[in-house]
Design a protein around this ligand. Structure first.
Ligand code: GTP
Ligand code: MG
Length: 195
């Protein structure tokens, strides 16, 4: 699939405020700074589409991007940034929970995981919550350009084998890098197969 057009539609604070158009949408979620916004820009080949920052906590709202005039990519705020105040963390959690529970047009959710890290409690809890709410998701490992080839292969497999007994997930994951564009075709093929 080719992405011909990508347009920012709006930022929303609740599912109710999200675009009213009934199009299928693909959501990107994960810890703050994991690379959600960068991945959306890599997929659309549009560096200025989603706002990126080296400092965690850049995306604070639900952002809808209309692709090829027919479906949405959705950039979400990240969870788990340690330096955020308790009140701000709760606000972000509420936005995420409200979006996933009240937005029926979500076709597939991509949960992004930094390939360099061992399983983190907050990601496990979030994926369990998705399971409990029957929300289908697929893992994308990010920042794989930071590892060498052999590390890349073993890290992802080890991660999955550590969590597969506790979390119901699609055993097929995608490894990606926004820097060298790896994983782009695979992600777009997955979207196309469901669109
Ligand atoms: P929040 O909006 O704060 O939740 O963060 P985010 O998940 O949207 O992350 P963002 O895309 O803003 O990227 C965070 C930092 O990681 C930036 O400095 C990016 O340049 C960097 N980054 C993202 N993806 C990659 C990648 O694939 N490789 C490398 N080397 N750096 C990346
Ligand atoms: Mg972001």
């Amino acid at each position: 699939m080719e992405i011909k057009t990508s347009v920012f539609i709006k930022s929303s604070i609740t599912a109710k405020d999200c675009p009213s158009k009934e199009l299928s949408e693909f959501a990107f979620i994960g810890r703050s700074n994991v690379g959600k916004s960068s991945l959306i820009n890599m997929l659309t080949q549009n560096k200025k589409l989603a706002k990126i920052s080296g400092t965690p906590g850049k995306t604070l709202l639900i952002n809808h991007f209309l692709i090829n005039n027919s479906w949405f990519l959705v950039d979400l705020p990240g969870y788990g940034y340690a330096k955020t105040s308790k009140k701000e963390k709760k606000k972000i959690e509420n936005i995420i929970v409200d979006y996933f529970t009240n937005r029926p047009s979500i076709t597939l959710t991509f949960v992004l995981i930094d390939i360099r890290l061992n399983p983190q409690k907050i990601d496990i809890e979030f994926m369990n919550w998705l399971n409990e709410n029957n929300i289908l998701f697929k893992i994308i490992f990010t920042k794989t350009d930071k590892l060498n080839k052999s590390e890349k292969e073993t890290k992802a497999d080890n991660y999955i084998s550590k969590i597969i007994n506790t979390i119901k997930l699609s055993p097929k994951f995608i490894v990606s890098s926004s820097k060298n564009k790896s994983g782009r075709k695979e992600i777009l093929n997955k979207i196309q197969s469901l669109n």
